[in-house]
Design a protein around this ligand. Structure first.
Ligand SMILES: Nc1ncnc2c1ncn2[C@@H]1O[C@H](COP(=O)(O)OP(=O)(O)OP(=O)(O)O)[C@@H](O)[C@H]1O
Ligand SMILES: [Mg+2]
Length: 152
């Protein structure tokens, strides 16, 4: 549902710009919470959640190909640039039935480390284990190329 507060993306390049702006904003903030910085990304299949995270990864200097973790659930990348965060985690909860599965995959250790930056697609599949300080990216579309981003 596009509205006045949503950012409009007409193509993947613009999505990458929005991702960069969002990343800079969340990295600048003084950290008041414990553990990892967690970002949930919501939107229909093909809305552009992975595309957004690929842009985040590029901006963090990750040279590896960042592909969708739909089947492996969790992917971890080292961050070489100086900064508070040493690892980027990219998770996809699409195939998960509940929180328990993610807990078995080490979610606790992932979010209890303040050097971790954690982006998770389909957070609505595991709502009980998303920390209360998490940030959110909501993506919707009403056209083949247009995407509307709400950043929270
Ligand atoms: N403005 C846009 N922003 C982002 N992606 C776009 C845009 N326009 C077209 N696309 C295309 O939409 C697709 C988005 O796919 P992507 O894998 O990022 O979606 P997703 O939300 O991660 O899907 P899934 O729920 O299956 O994981 C890509 O093929 C991308 O090129
Ligand atoms: Mg995806």
């Amino acid at each position: 549902m596009p509205n006045k507060t949503a950012k409009i993306s007409k193509n993947t390049k613009k999505t990458a710009q929005i991702a960069k702006m969002f990343l800079n904003k969340i990295l600048k903030r003084n950290i008041k919470h414990r553990g990892a910085l967690v970002v949930g990304l919501s939107g229909n299949l093909g809305a552009g959640k992975t595309t957004f995270i690929q842009a985040v990864a590029r901006h963090l200097g990750i040279k590896n190909k960042v592909s969708s973790p739909t089947f492996v659930i969790i992917k971890k990348y080292s961050l070489k640039k100086p900064g508070d965060y040493k690892f980027l985690f990219h998770l996809d909860a699409y195939r998960l039935k509940n929180e328990k599965e993610l807990l078995h995959l080490g979610w606790g250790e992932i979010i209890n480390n303040k050097k971790h930056l954690v982006f998770i697609e389909w957070p609505e599949n595991v709502p009980k284990i998303i920390p209360s300080h998490a940030r959110f990216v909501y993506i919707s579309s009403d056209d083949k190329e247009y995407r509307y981003f709400k950043l929270r």
